[in-house]
Design a protein around this ligand. Structure first.
Ligand code: GCV
Length: 718
């Protein structure tokens, strides 16, 4: 009997060990599951049986631990740590400065090739030995190189004759958290903030380390942990201790911590009567505060500031300029090597004729007046993270001031966390746009990486979509947007195709046919969302406040927060006239773009209603009327969303069951909401066009009153 029970227990143990682990998404793209291809496994053991990753710093120790843990997990090998190349294959990693072996193996590499964060990965044979070297001038470069090598292994790519040289295009690659100290996240759809301010600094949640690790694996080197709608409390000693505890967790992964600075802090927590940036007491208060921060966090990155925008205090409250405000803070952090990222997302209380013009109008005159350690952080488009906007006209227009783009990884205007919208195509569209600032070929990416105007300080920011949900981002495919942001901040020229492929292979499957199917869905998903939400250059027609569903009828309140301000539909036509005869926003672009945008015949049709108010009968390139074209675009969006669901359902049993079930439900919601968007928008716009729906466009499920009457409570993210 006893023997029988023992046997049963053994079988049960075996059964549970061999059962496929359901994937709850926590491991992100760093799953490091066991590779099953025997040939590849043999290759791994030929190359990496021995490991020599030297260096005492915490970052190099991280590189060492990550490589060994990742390799052992993926291959089941037990690696041997050696002091010199041994056996059939050895991996050697380190900095040129700290490892004489690395320096001698790569003696042909000129100083400056990798810099502190770039790296070289080379594999070659030395006699009968396979050698792989991962080398950099800096420790972070070694860590990034190790993560690159793990990525190669995880996607089962060839390991021999590697000759990789990488260097990031931008210096500051930062996530921006709009996380509040009360645990909520503005525009966050993946649960509460991951920072548990109440338990910090004494309780360090394991998630903090995993967060740092995930970011480092894609080259992100900094995080602004608090909301730009800032709370001065975070600058008090009590909270700085908590920030310091987080910084400590991030440090071994090469990640610096930054804070948002509430401009009125000297008054709110400093006991001063003013926050005037030119007031000596204010200047001194910030200097002392910054010194306190650096005592606690020696590698503190600096401040991100939203000032004089949407009710936030700023220098203009005291009759001072954005430059006065930014330079005062920059002066305080400069002695410690810190930076100030000053946001250009500004619009004041006097509603402008065209909000899209305001940042340009305010910042271009200040070009060249900012201190060296200030960057102006500019949203990708001139309004606000819409499904499609033209690139922001500030890019290219401030040659004397480093500009860093701000992308929104969280999907405030793109279905929150429920819709599958892969954002790499959106980010790349901006980065690849030609500003013509210095003639043709002056891409936004050239502004950002500093090559166009010779900026030495460069960066890219992404508003995080991370929360405390088990899978981090709410929607499994939200992880792909986090991943894409990191990869593009490192290399803005990477194609969305490559990013999607890397992510799918590490997160979902290596099956080439399924990879192709999922990539097809991801790569078309942004256009699909544009189609069912805001086709042909429409923008800002979502519901009030939460920005989730459709709300083209929103007309109450501050005009530039309403939908009617943006679409301007009437019985004649629709669209915002930003031509030279209208708001003149086209003139903020360099020639010939100003003329291209100014003329409806040359304006790209996907931006037509951004720049033009056109009659419903306007003839489009397809030969259809504007009305018909708009209807058909909405229908195409709905059809594609439904196709995604149908395709995904065909994957049942072919991919992880938990991933399958989770995404199937999300896609089903997305298909339903795509139809809601189409029906609500078309029934509303039809009251102006008074034209029937063209063939192929399905009749709305309900009438306009129904859609207008829908009310939602407690939508997340506000
Ligand atoms: C953090 C939009 C969003 C706000 C956000 C603001 C900004 O208006 O709706 O939630 O505030 O942009 O970027 O500052």
């Amino acid at each position: 009997m006893k023997q029988k029970i023992l046997l049963l227990l053994a079988i049960l143990a075996l059964a549970s060990a061999s059962a496929v682990q359901a994937d709850d998404g926590y491991r992100l793209w760093l799953k490091h599951d066991r590779i099953t291809d025997r040939t590849y496994l043999r290759e791994c053991s030929r190359q990496f049986g021995n490991v020599m990753i030297t260096g005492e710093s915490s970052v190099l120790r991280t590189a060492h631990d990550e490589f060994i843990a990742g390799l052992e997990s993926m291959t089941g090998m037990e690696v041997t740590e050696v002091r010199a190349p041994e056996g059939r294959g050895t991996i050697i990693a380190g900095t040129f400065g700290s490892s004489p072996l690395v320096a001698s193996l790569l003696s042909d590499v000129q100083p400056g090739i990798t810099g502190e964060e770039g790296y070289i990965i080379r594999s070659f044979r030395q006699g009968r030995r396979n050698i792989t070297v991962v080398a950099s001038e800096g420790e972070r470069g070694v860590l990034y190189g190790i993560f690159h090598l793990l990525r190669i292994i995880e996607s089962e790519s060839p390991l021999d004759n590697l000759t990789i040289t990488e260097k990031p295009a931008t210096k500051l690659r930062l996530l921006n958290h709009w996380d509040n100290l009360d645990g909520t996240v503005e525009r966050g759809y993946a649960g509460a903030s991951i920072w548990n301010w109440h338990l910090l600094p004494d309780y360090i949640h394991p998630r903090y380390r995993d967060y740092a690790r995930a970011n480092a694996s894609i080259g992100i080197n900094g995080t602004v942990i608090t909301n730009v709608n800032a709370n001065a409390l975070v600058l008090t000693y009590q909270y700085l201790l908590k920030v310091a505890a987080l910084a400590e967790v991030m440090r071994p992964y090469g990640i610096k911590v930054y804070l948002t600075a509430r401009f009125s802090s000297p008054r709110e927590i400093g006991g001063l009567t003013t926050a005037d940036p030119l007031d000596p007491e204010v200047i001194n208060w910030w200097k002392e505060k910054v010194a306190e921060i650096y005592t606690l966090i020696p590698d503190f990155g600096g401040f991100l500031v939203k000032a004089n925008s949407e009710g936030q205090p700023g220098p203009q409250n005291y009759g001072r300029s954005h430059a006065d405000g930014a330079n005062m803070l920059a002066g305080a952090v400069a002695p410690f090597g810190g930076v100030v990222m000053w946001r250009a997302f500004v619009y004041d209380n006097n509603v402008p004729v065209d909000r899209a013009k305001q940042a340009y109008n305010e910042f271009v005159p200040l070009d060249g007046t900012f201190r060296d350690n200030v960057l102006i952080q500019v949203k990708n488009g001139p309004v606000d993270f819409q499904p499609r906007e033209p690139f922001h006209p500030l890019f290219g227009a401030m040659p004397g001031t480093p500009l860093m783009p701000e992308f929104q990884v969280t999907q405030e205007y793109l279905g929150c966390a429920t819709h599958l919208v892969f954002l790499a195509p959106l980010f790349s569209e901006t980065l690849a746009s030609d500003t013509y600032a210095a003639g043709p070929g002056s891409k936004v990416s050239g502004v950002i990486d500093g090559t166009l105007h010779g900026y030495t300080l460069t960066g890219m920011a992404g508003v995080s979509n991370i929360g405390s949900e088990r899978n981090w981002t709410g929607h499994l495919f939200g992880q792909a947007n986090w991943y894409a942001f990191g990869r593009l901040a490192w290399n803005p020229a990477l194609s969305p195709e490559q990013i999607a492929s890397e992510w799918i292979r590490m997160t979902i499957t290596h099956d080439p046919a399924i990879e192709e199917g999922i990539a097809g869905m991801m790569l078309s998903s942004r256009e699909t969302a544009v189609n069912y939400m805001t086709p042909l250059g429409l923008h800002h027609i979502m519901a009030e406040g939460h920005h989730w569903g459709p709300g083209p009828w929103v007309e109450r309140g501050r005009p530039d927060w309403t939908s009617v301000y943006y679409h301007k539909a009437d019985t004649v036509g629709i669209g915002f006239d930003r031509t030279k005869n209208g708001s003149g926003a086209v003139s903020q672009y360099f020639p010939p773009l100003d003329s291209i945008f100014n003329d409806p015949r040359s304006c790209p049709e996907n931006l037509l209603l951004w720049f033009h108010h056109l009659p419903w009968y306007h003839v489009m390139k397809s030969g259809r009327t504007l009305w018909d074209e708009m209807c058909i675009k909405y229908q195409e969006g709905v059809d594609s969303a439904e196709d995604y669901l149908t395709y995904w359902e065909s994957l049942e049993g072919k991919i992880d069951g938990e991933q399958f079930g989770h995404v199937r439900q999300m896609l089903s919601i997305q298909a339903k909401e795509a139809r809601w968007w189409k029906d609500a928008c078309l029934t509303y716009f039809q009251t102006f066009s008074r034209m029937p729906f063209p063939d192929g466009v399905e009749q709305p499920l309900h009438n306009l009153e129904y859609y207008r009457g829908l009310r939602f409570h407690y939508v997340p993210g506000i």
